[in-house]
Design a protein around this ligand. Structure first.
Ligand code: HEC
Length: 129
């Protein structure tokens, strides 16, 4: 139950849902401790390899088996990537997809699994440095 803790210290993200930018249209509470958890990252990595690597690459560098996509998948090993996107935005893209692109909405994952994926993706950039 390690991930429960962050719910208490979560930023009031509801505020941020109002800026009309690329943020989700609903408040998302970011479970910071889960994002930092090795176990969550490992679970996320397993899900990633099974469901995402086809397009995003086995090394998460954006070079997957599928090459004929209309837009190039993000290179998650790029150290500047986490500076351009928030954990909540990553969560939102995985849940809702990007319309008009090959990035589908992944509602097969529950919220915890989606956060595990976010934890893994953010850890990739950090360790690639
Ligand atoms: C069929 C190919 C495909 C699969 C499978 C796929 N993606 Fe994507 N994904 C894409 C493409 C293409 C984009 C770029 C969309 C765009 O142009 O904005 C993308 C974008 C993203 C982004 C947004 C990155 C950013 O900075 O804008 C995230 C996060 C992401 N994918 C995560 C995942 C995860 C996690 C999975 C597995 C659950 C997954 N994707 C599976 C093709 C795929």
């Amino acid at each position: 139950m390690k991930w429960f803790l962050p719910a208490l210290v979560t930023l009031p993200l509801a505020l941020w849902g109002c800026d009309g930018g690329s943020s989700p249209g609903y408040p998302v509470e970011v479970p910071e401790a889960r994002l930092a958890s090795t176990e969550a990252r490992e679970r996320g990595r397993e899900l990633y390899l099974r469901h995402c690597a086809l397009c995003h690459g086995g090394r998460a560098d954006g070079v997957g088996v599928r090459r004929n996509l209309s837009s190039r998948p993000q290179d998650f090993t790029d150290p500047s990537w986490p500076e351009r996107i928030t954990a909540a935005e990553i969560y939102h893209v995985i849940r809702e997809g990007r319309s008009g692109t090959a990035m589908a909405s992944w509602k097969i994952f529950d919220e915890q699994q989606t956060w595990d994926l976010v934890a893994y993706l953010l850890s990739v950039a950090k360790h690639a440095g």
